[in-house]
Write a protein that binds this ligand. Structure first.
Ligand code: GLP
Length: 244
């Protein structure tokens, strides 16, 4: 199967969000004790809104669901409104009947980040592995916070953010100086081990990353291209991202 068979080009952000949310809704219905891998950023916000809407209509039950988030800034307090824990509570967890004790986000306050990362990988394994992983992509092709590199790291790890990511993400902070310089992120093996992967790509500024996934050779300097090897990848993009 070619990567072109995995992609669905949607009219706009809203259609992309609705279509991708359907995949998550089906997964949750079919796997009431399923394990979700979740992502943050502006790309998945609409998808979360669709899931909350479905929950409010009585179509979804999150009570048995467990979730592991991809990444978190480091250091950051969970109640900082720029933390990914805050984002997840605000966009999804506070609005559905998920047991918050079963929602895991890397700990931006971990005293020993390496020990935390090993424990996070163990927790994912002990839960049975990720059933459906949601992903966005950075303008430079990063997934989670797996930044372009000569070689990507397999497991959860502490990483240094690139200047381009700090600049791109500074739109959410008072200034670029306020963006944490590090993050804890799941690694490429964590992502590739998920049974299914849903990638959402929206906007003209993601055109380059999307085209790299579709056409460029696999290259750790554009981490998203490694997804091409995944056996069950679903890509939802909008026309802006596709046409540039
Ligand atoms: C951050 C996150 C990624 C996300 C990316 C794109 O760097 N760590 O998981 O995919 O931003 O974000 P956005 O969807 O806001 O463009």
């Amino acid at each position: 199967m070619s990567i072109r068979d995995s992609i669905r080009v949607c009219r706009d952000y809203n259609e992309m969000s609705r279509m991708a949310a359907e995949v998550f809704a089906d997964y949750i219905k079919n796997n009431p004790h399923g394990i979700l891998g979740l992502a943050t950023g502006s790309s998945p916000e609409g998808l979360y809104a669709c899931l909350v809407e479905k929950y409010n209509k009585g179509e979804l039950d999150f009570s048995g669901i467990t979730s592991f988030n991809l990444d978190e800034y480091y250091p950051i307090e969970p109640d900082n409104d720029q933390s990914y824990r805050y984002f997840m509570n605000h966009h999804l967890f506070d609005h559905v009947n998920i047991n918050k004790g079963n929602t895991f986000v890397p700990d931006g306050t971990a005293a020993d980040p390496d020990a935390f990362c090993r424990a996070y990988d163990e927790q994912i394994k002990a839960a049975g592995g990720i059933g459906l992983q949601l992903l966005g992509v950075g303008q430079n092709g990063h997934i989670g916070f797996n930044e372009p590199a000569d070689e990507l790291i397999g497991g959860t790890h502490l990483t240094e953010l690139t200047e381009s990511t700090i600049k791109a993400n500074s739109r959410f902070f008072a200034s670029a100086d306020d963006v944490p310089r590090h993050a804890i992120t799941m690694g490429i093996d964590n992502i590739m081990s998920a049974a299914g992967v849903v990638l959402v790509v929206s906007g003209k500024n993601k055109h380059g990353a999307l085209m790299a996934l579709l056409d460029a050779p696999e290259d750790p300097h554009v981490p998203v291209t490694l997804l091409r090897r995944h056996k069950n990848l679903m890509v939802f993009c909008d026309e802006d991202a596709y046409n540039g």
